[in-house]
Design a protein around this ligand. Sequence first.
Ligand code: HEM
Length: 147
Amino acid sequence: MTPIQIEAITSSWEVLSQEKDLIKNFYKKLFEIAPQTKDYFPDDLTKQSEKLAYTIGFVVGNLDRLEDIKDAVEDLGRIHRKLKIKDEEYGYVKEALLFTINDSIEGDNTVTIHAWDSALTYISELMINAPETRKITKKSLFKRLFG
Ligand code: HEM
């Protein structure tokens, strides 16, 4: 992520995170473009919506040190693998999120949308390619404790 992309995402998230219906609109769009994904989710999406918004905020807050949150993102990937989410469904989630973001901010969003696209592609790839188990190497443990 370039500093310009990080700035574009961070400043847009300040606006987007205040948008009451953002996540609701995202799910509406997701179920429109990929109706089969509805079966994965419980009827009441309140809890899930909070978790999703929190996670997006967490990633946005760490865009300048994505390497540091890699383990957490891979954990999330493994959770999704257990849920039997298919690789190609990440594309639908990305498409629905980009649509919702574009719809929620005014003006020329080309740079912002491109930046979100890069970030979501990166996160999705980490999740999809997460190793079966978390690798706890001496180095990462050391880094955790002291680094
Ligand atoms: C960038 C990609 C994604 C992110 C950041 C993300 C984020 C999250 C988070 C934070 C949770 C909560 C995990 C927990 O409870 O510990 C979750 C759960 C879930 N996600 Fe995702 N997700 C992504 C992609 C997808 C995709 C592609 C699908 C399939 C269409 C999906 C379907 C689900 C389902 C079904 C749950 C569990 C809902 C429940 O039973 O409460 N997610 N996701």
